[in-house]
Design a binder for this molecule. Structure first.
Ligand code: AMP
Length: 398
């Protein structure tokens, strides 16, 4: 259990506060922000600091630029979105040239610094490099606040900087941890985990950690095809992570000796190409022909998953069941989201989380208010729930 150092216990009046926020919003092909849930998550923290007459320096990242400048991943549009939400103008600067911008800020002003991941030092494995990267902020700011529920790895802005200065947990982090703790510590059986999506590399290893913690795991999205392929089931041209086939096989074997049952799709919606206009081809069994791509769970799977969800007392959902961005292949995600929102028994504790899950909910009109909690962090939520402790949170605790 974390006992966070809280802003409300600190003397921060008039101080310069650097806030590490979750600014990693989804963008469309024109670079427009399609969902601002993550930006909104830290509004209570900014408002509190503004009331305390603080000067606020906002830092964060967008996407995966891999240590290089990528025009489309600039935080410039995020600065406007945040300014609009708070009703104030926000200044924008690069880290290398932030000194004057920060020194000459007035109380009640906010400055945002460009995407920290444009420099490889943010994610470096070398501690000295990471510490060096953001040292300037320890000289220009008095206090650090982590309000980013979304990055759990040892990156400079969430792991090193808070150890180099007076640091606190922000309201968004505290809210996430309180709500997710209910699921972690008081979950009632049957506990059903529904996992989908495409960031398989991060997600497959975490599934193992849920064995014996949940009763049933329902798999969908691209992730399911790696597990099917691991059992020599034909998945055609579907997206798989072949270097994780052994890991998937191992998880399935371990599941047999655990209390957890892993269930895979029994039919699919496929297409002959990965295309928004592609025609739907229904595959009525598990095997996808060589020339086809698996795009969504099929109707028989949807009914089977529905029955399991309807009996659940605790539900955790992360990741879409199919390519929900394409209208022809959004039905699986829509139905599963609806079943969780409306079909679970009264009193069931329901949590959804992750950027794409939130986006799918918004697009498919699945109401967040039907869930007990919607987490802004997908990977971090899964890590939080399946690990005893996360270092990035521990360092914000007494
Ligand atoms: P994640 O960020 O891991 O939750 O993955 C979300 C992405 O998974 C969405 O953009 C979906 O389009 C994608 N996805 C879901 N199902 C599939 C599939 N069958 N094939 C390829 N991508 C998929």
């Amino acid at each position: 259990m974390y006992k966070f150092r809280k802003l409300t216990d600190a003397d921060i009046k008039g101080k310069t506060v650097v806030v590490r926020a979750n600014l990693d919003v989804p963008l469309d092909e024109y670079g427009e922000i399609v969902d601002d849930t993550r930006i909104k998550a830290s509004i209570p923290t900014y408002e509190y600091l503004l009331k305390q007459n603080c000067k606020i320096v906002v830092i964060g990242h967008l996407g995966r630029p891999n240590g290089k400048y990528v025009d489309e991943l600039s935080l410039f549009p995020v600065r406007f979105a945040l300014g609009k939400l708070l009703g104030i103008q926000i200044k924008f600067t690069q880290l290398e040239s932030c000194a004057n911008s920060i020194k000459y800020m007035n109380p009640g002003e906010i400055t945002m610094i460009e995407n920290l991941r444009f420099d490889p030092r943010e994610e470096s494995k070398n501690e000295n490099e990471r510490r060096e990267y953001l040292k300037i902020l320890t000289e220009l700011c008095d206090v650090y606040v982590n309000d980013c529920f979304g990055v759990y790895k040892k990156h400079a802005s969430v792991y090193d900087l808070p150890q180099m200065m007076e640091s606190y947990a922000g309201f968004s982090i505290i809210n996430e941890v309180e709500n997710l703790n209910k699921l972690k510590e008081e979950s009632k059986s049957p506990f059903v985990g529904i996992f989908g999506g495409a960031k398989i590399e991060d997600k497959i290893p975490v599934i193992e950690k849920f064995l014996n913690k949940v009763d049933t795991i329902l798999l969908g999205g691209a992730m399911a095809y790696t597990f099917l392929k691991a059992q020599d089931i034909n998945v055609g041209k579907s997206k798989t992570q072949d270097d994780l086939l052994d890991v998937a096989r191992d998880i399935l074997t371990k599941a047999q000796n655990s209390k957890t049952e892993i269930i895979l799709p029994i039919d699919h919606l496929a297409s002959d190409s990965f295309d928004s206009e592609a025609k739907v081809i229904e595959i009525q069994n598990q095997n996808i022909p060589d020339n086809l791509v698996g795009m969504d769970i099929g109707p028989k799977t949807t009914v089977m998953y529905r029955e399991i969800i309807e009996s659940a007392q605790t539900v955790l959902w992360n990741g879409p069941m199919g390519v929900f961005e394409f209208e022809n292949f959004n039905k699986g995600t829509e139905s599963i989201g609806e079943f969780i929102a409306l079909g679970t028994p009264k009193g069931a504790y329901k949590v959804a989380g992750g950027g794409d899950t939130i986006l799918a909910m918004q697009k498919l009109k699945i109401k967040p208010s039907r869930f007990n909690h919607v987490s802004v962090g997908g990977g971090m939520m899964m890590q939080f729930l399946s690990n005893d402790e996360l270092e990035v949170l521990k360092i914000l605790s007494e």
